[in-house]
Write a protein that binds this ligand. Structure first.
Ligand SMILES: [Mn+2]
Length: 362
């Protein structure tokens, strides 16, 4: 896809003769391969893509994926085995002076293969690739929208699913099944289905604990749809919500609302984070928001950037982020509310729209 290859080169400051995108074995695949080729299915292990400054490209594909690769407009050659790879690379880039690599997604072994195939100077351009991929094009937003809709529809169904006695992993299984039923290709990441005190662990996955009366239930999941991902979190209460639970929920909801209000082109990511943090820190839950407000999402769940006090980023139209404030009280429980948004010319648009205005008491 010429427009995406151009986008990568537009962000590169160095003079380059070529950029090599190199896939090793799953899970060491560089999503930039899918970005630049526009391919939405296939695995493409041990495949190599070379991008040129005139925005043309060539790729070497294993024979078994030749049919899948034909869906891209990039010319390809096929290899019988991985042994052909080094010769092919040498032929394409051996005589060039300056080559760019995406070091943050490349294995050391892959790097050595590239190094052995050329005497050229090799430069890490991973920051340029993160920046290029940060601003999604129309086709990408379409797929992110669909991934968001699938996850939102399933989140709304969860009020019928959660009940006293159901195990965390059983809820996770229902989420997975329902997303597939709605056309997802899989889960964007391992589903977080937590209950009771487990909700205080932001990256808990799921266990065998049974939901009890008075529990928080926190579900954080996303759909994978044609390589693109969504990420949504909703928190529920089973039985009667206590005063403390209500206060936690209202505070997190307010933090999300206030941070969303900030989102428009030109605003710094850390300002958006601070808007949520300020809401939480002005309450009895001060200091209990223990992570960044959100991450960029696209071909990867964590797409390399985000709304965090540690990242320098200025919002631009087409950027897609999660907005997910939370409050966590160790041994007691946690609340998180998460939605995905795309930055527009004058603000933002939600890609996930499951109800959240009230704490769901089931
Ligand atoms: Mn997230």
């Amino acid at each position: 896809m010429k427009s995406r290859i151009k986008n990568i080169y537009d962000h590169v400051e160095e003079e380059l003769d070529a950029i090599i995108i190199y896939n090793s074995i799953e899970p060491h695949l560089d999503k930039t391969f899918f970005y630049a080729t526009g391919l939405t299915n296939g695995l493409f292990e041990n495949c190599v893509l070379v991008l040129y400054p005139d925005h043309s490209a060539e790729m070497l594909i294993s024979k078994l994926e030749a049919d899948s690769a034909k869906k891209s407009d990039i010319p390809m050659e096929t290899m019988e085995s991985k042994d052909d790879l080094e010769g092919w690379l040498e032929n394409k880039v051996g005589g060039l002076d300056n080559i760019g690599i995406n070091a943050s997604e490349l294995t050391h072994k892959g790097f050595m293969t590239i190094k052995d195939s050329t005497d050229s100077e090799i430069k890490d351009i991973s920051n340029a690739i993160v920046e290029a991929r940060n601003r999604k094009d129309e086709k990408e937003i379409e797929l992110l929208d669909k991934a968001g809709t699938i996850a939102s529809d399933v989140a709304e169904k969860m009020t019928d699913m959660i009940e006293i006695g159901i195990r965390e992993y059983e809820i996770a299984a229902e989420i997975s099944y329902l997303m597939r039923k709605k056309g997802a290709n899989g889960e964007a990441f391992e589903i977080i289905s937590s209950s009771g005190p487990n909700t205080a662990e932001p990256h808990y996955t799921s266990g065998k604990r049974k939901v009890e009366n008075g529990d928080f239930v926190l579900l954080d999941f996303g759909a994978l749809y044609k390589q693109y991902r969504s990420d949504i979190t909703r928190t529920y209460v089973v039985g009667e919500a206590s005063h403390r639970q209500k206060k936690m929920y209202e505070t997190v909801l307010k933090a999300q609302e206030e941070s969303l209000k900030m989102i428009k082109p030109g605003v710094e990511g850390k300002e958006v984070h601070n808007a949520a943090k300020d809401v939480i820190d002005s309450t009895e839950f001060q200091g209990m928001f223990i992570h960044g407000l959100g991450h960029s999402i696209g071909l990867s769940t964590h797409d390399g950037s985000g709304l965090s006090p540690n990242l320098d980023i200025v919002l631009e139209p087409g950027m897609v982020f999660t907005v997910e404030p939370g409050i966590y009280i160790s041994g007691y429980g946690g609340v998180r509310i998460e939605d995905d948004i795309v930055v527009t010319e004058d603000g933002f648009r939600l890609l996930t729209d499951a109800k959240k205005e009230e704490l769901f008491v089931l």
